[in-house]
Write a protein that binds this ligand. Structure first.
Ligand SMILES: Nc1nc2c(c(=O)[nH]1)N[C@H]1C(S)=C(S)[C@@H](COP(=O)(O)OP(=O)(O)OC[C@H]3O[C@@H](n4cnc5c(=O)[nH]c(N)nc54)[C@H](O)[C@@H]3O)O[C@H]1N2
Ligand SMILES: Nc1nc2c(c(=O)[nH]1)N[C@H]1C(S)=C(S)[C@@H](COP(=O)(O)OP(=O)(O)OC[C@H]3O[C@@H](n4cnc5c(=O)[nH]c(N)nc54)[C@H](O)[C@@H]3O)O[C@H]1N2
Ligand SMILES: [Mo]
Length: 770
């Protein structure tokens, strides 16, 4: 990092020239200025490749450039001309590499050879693929399958994921946590109870038909920028967009479409949110209950006076269960408590309720701001409750829209990567492959961390990701990792997890999705599922980073063959030779979802798999959509409640990162350049703690379990954020999250509400004061 930190507000919109400059600079940095652009033209096109960044829907009639600033960065990052070769590890031992930043590790380039950790030289040495598979297979045969974790990080294709999950079950384990367990597992627990499906009900077409959008805890301008196009169109049609977010996120304020020449030349901006409510961290349950209270009580009044009903009573009667109990809870909720917990006044909530009640079709959108809390499940269910009040599920232009993270994270669950056996058609697998799959419940991410820390997990095999860095309880996890007998990382780039070896440790480098994947029957394509349950084909078009890379399906097949007794019903080699045969197998296991898979995967816009709730078929225990009464009006009960010196810390992403991948040090929209070590605080809190802008502080987790968790060196940065709340970047602050601090019902780490104390480490340096 060369830049001196510079922190000042960014005046521009999301998109605009700032995004063009940002794309140009990363293409230049990764050596892709010329050829990269030609490749970008194929991004998210019906005949091209699916972007490796976020999971947002890909339209049937794409723009000439169907990519965004951050999609372009992800592409340049994967196709970089830099390489991490065996010689690299000859020059850099692990103790040295451990002093490198996340940015510098990945920036070193693409991994080129399979590598094995050598404890004598304390670095990696090259190894042949054959030897690697043999040794890993031999090791795996020696464990009790319950002691082995097979992690997946949401990017691998449907084909790879299906093979991965099948490998795990043939081996005898359901320990299949994936990144979803740190992310939208909350959704997958909340929605089935409420509406009988684990995924969203909205598709892109609904954005054209909606007349109101509610937007909770998602940073669209950074994390799913292509969604700004449908939002911009909706805003231009006059659709109210009502946002609830503790931070003023630029992408939710205003946008200039970098692909619209007139907008760029005239500098015209579109306002995105029509109302912006800076709810307190964890205050959404209260805010939503306030909205519900207003609607229910005005409906009570209308009915008593013969006025027009506010609620959709026909829908409630025919399609829902539990309305009376919920309505009672809303009527009983008291305004002082609702206002205190949400940090919003009754009158602001009335403005939101009015817009909501005037609309015929409403979409509720949300992200990590709702899922990563202790009561994350209740957060999501409250959004559904609000939608149900006016029949806003299962009609055109309406529905629930969780914004997924990794580009195939939703698809991985669809094809069997799940620790919960009830989510997988095990009988079908038994019939198809002639084996008895394990029926016990496998480990979530949190349980895997606990198992590793307690030394109960002996082996960890990762299909992508950077687990030690993404997971909570960094210090204990890193320390315990060294006691693993086997650690295997299937990866494209070097990251922190590689630097913490177990006894037997491998890096298996793989092709990325943008690269040409040549197998016995020719170049292969794969498929992914987006956030709206649409399935798309994707064909690699770039030359592989190294001739020694193998594809993910091939690596999974070879691991399986080296580990498992042969089973003529599982044709690993045929599958690798022709991925269309894997898709046939997927279709056989999931005939409803994947009907005519090979034929339909190139349909522009993808093919939509059936989502029962979208058709108002409710696959819940009651057979109806359920109103669920939250247990409390606070998503993080017990945190920072009576002690003003305890703050709620949310850990968020900058505009210059993809999860633990740090592209650079410029969070443009928040005006932070040259550093990631900042703590965003309200000016009043800074003054109350007698701190000053630029002071360096230490954060200490304010829990009492005998473990000291600290992060040093954060720069106090005044920001427009409610009092008592503060924000800093993930993954730098993961050491602060206790492993047991997670959503109660989904076990997603509560990364958006960590109780912390702030202490002065060093007064602001004179030269830093500008
Ligand atoms: N460029 C880029 N794209 C990405 C990613 C990336 O890192 N970089 N990551 C991908 C992944 S895996 C995921 S899961 C998604 C993540 O995308 P997001 O869901 O946008 O995740 P975060 O960046 O963590 O931002 C969470 C937002 O929630 C707000 N928030 C925090 N607490 C609360 C709360 O209590 N209530 C409300 N209402 N809001 C709150 C924060 O202010 C912030 O705006 O993006 C995906 N896309
Ligand atoms: N404090 C805090 N913690 C969080 C979050 C938060 O908001 N706050 N968010 C959570 C969320 S939502 C998520 S999804 C997780 C993310 O957790 P992970 O998915 O585990 O982490 P990533 O940073 O996405 O993984 C990056 C690595 O993936 C590898 N990789 C990239 N592309 C490929 C590929 O095509 N194939 C293979 N095999 N490997 C590849 C590269 O080696 C790269 O270093 O983090 C979670 N952790
Ligand atoms: Mo995620």
């Amino acid at each position: 990092m060369s830049d001196e930190p510079k922190i000042k507000p960014y005046p521009g919109p999301a998109g605009g020239w700032g995004s063009v400059r940002s794309v140009e600079s990363i293409l230049a940095k990764e050596g892709r200025l010329v050829s990269g652009n030609a490749i970008l033209l194929k991004q998210n096109k019906p005949d091209g490749y699916a972007c490796v960044s976020c999971a947002w829907a890909k339209p049937a009639d794409p723009h000439p450039f169907e990519y965004c600033e951050n999609g372009a960065k992800a592409t340049a990052w994967e196709l970089t001309t830099k390489r991490v070769t065996p010689e690299f590890f000859g020059r850099h031992t692990l103790p040295e590499l451990r002093t490198w930043s996340d940015h510098d590790l990945e920036e070193a380039g693409r991994l080129t050879h399979p590598m094995r950790y050598d404890s004598a030289s304390d670095t990696y040495v090259p190894v042949s693929w054959d030897k690697a598979f043999q040794e890993i297979g031999q090791e795996l045969k020696g464990f009790d399958p319950r002691q082995v974790v097979l992690y997946a990080s949401g990017r691998a294709s449907l084909e790879t994921s299906y093979m991965w999950a099948l490998f795990a079950r043939l081996y005898g384990t359901n320990n299949l946590p994936d990144s979803s367990n740190m992310c939208h597992e909350t959704t997958s627990v909340a929605l089935p109870e409420s509406i009988g499906v684990p995924v969203g009900t909205v598709i892109l077409d609904d954005f054209e038909l909606t007349d109101c959008i509610l937007f909770f805890g998602q940073n669209v301008g950074t994390n799913s920028p292509r969604m700004l196009h449908p939002l911009q169109e909706a805003s231009k049609r006059g659709v109210p967009i009502i946002t609830f977010n503790p931070l003023k996120e630029r992408g939710l304020e205003r946008f200039t479409n970098p692909q619209a020449p007139t907008e760029m030349l005239t500098g015209s901006e579109t306002r995105i949110s029509s109302q912006y409510h800076q709810v307190k961290i964890g205050g959404d349950v209260a805010a939503l209950m306030g909205l519900a209270k207003i609607l229910i009580e005005s409906d009570d009044k209308a009915r008593a006076t013969g006025g027009r009903p506010v609620l959709d009573h026909a829908f409630i009667a025919e399609h829902t269960h539990g309305f009376e109990e919920f309505a009672q809870a809303a009527r009983q909720a008291q305004w002082p408590e609702l206002e205190r917990r949400s940090g919003l006044s009754r009158s602001t909530l009335e403005a939101a309720a009015t817009a909501y009640s005037r609309a015929n079709a409403v979409i509720g959108i949300y992200g990590m701001g709702l899922t990563q809390h202790k009561a994350g499940v209740e957060n999501v269910q409250m959004v559904v409750n609000l939608l149900l009040l006016r029949g806003n599920i299962g009609k055109p232009g309406a529905g629930i829209c969780p914004v997924r993270g990794h580009s195939n994270v939703q698809g991985q669950r669809t094809v069997g990567i799940a620790e919960k056996p009830e989510l997988v058609p095990l009988d079908k697998l038994n019939e198809q492959y002639g084996f008895e799959p394990p029926r016990w419940r496998g480990m979530t991410t949190v349980e895997a961390c606990e198992g590793i820390i307690k030394n109960e997990v002996k082996a960890f095999v990762a299909l992508g990701g950077n687990f030690v860095r993404a997971a909570p309880e960094t210090a204990a996890l890193e320390e315990a990792w060294t006691r693993l007998r086997l650690s295997v990382q299937i990866s494209t780039k070097l990251n922190r997890n590689h630097l913490i070896p177990g006894e037997v440790t491998y890096i298996l480098p793989c092709l990325g999705r943008i690269e040409i994947d040549e197998q016995a029957t020719g170049p292969q394509a794969v498929a992914v599922e987006d956030s709206t349950a649409c399935i798309h084909g994707s064909k690699g078009i770039a030359k592989p980073a190294s001739p020694d890379l193998l594809s993910e399906p091939r690596i999974v097949a070879e691991l399986a063959k080296a580990t498992l007794p042969s089973n003529p019903k599982v044709p690993w080699d045929e599958w690798v030779a022709d991925y269309a045969r894997v898709r046939d197998a997927i279709e056989k296991t999931y005939p409803e979802d994947f009907r005519a898979f090979n034929g339909r995967m190139w349909k522009p816009g993808g093919f939509h798999r059936p989502i029962a709730a979208r058709e108002r078929r409710w696959k819940t225990k009651t057979g109806k959509a359920n109103f669920v009464v939250p247990q409390s009006l606070e998503a993080d009960l017990g945190i920072a409640e009576n002690d003003r010196d305890i703050f709620k810390l949310m850990t968020v992403r900058s505009n210059d990162q993809f999860n633990t991948t740090v592209y650079g040090y410029y969070d443009r929209f928040r005006g932070v350049r040259g550093t990631r070590m900042v703590l965003f605080m309200s000016r009043n809190d800074i003054a109350r703690l007698s701190l000053q802008e630029g002071d360096m502080v230490t954060l200490t987790t304010a829990v009492d379990d005998g473990i000291v968790r600290q992060v040093n060196g954060l720069r106090v940065t005044p920001y427009d954020i409610p009092e008592g709340c503060c924000a800093a970047y993930y993954p730098e602050c993961n050491p602060l999250i206790p492993v047991w601090h997670h959503a109660d019902k989904s076990k997603v780490p509560a990364a958006k509400s960590i109780p912390i104390r702030i202490t002065l480490q060093q007064k602001q340096l004179p030269e830093a004061a500008e």
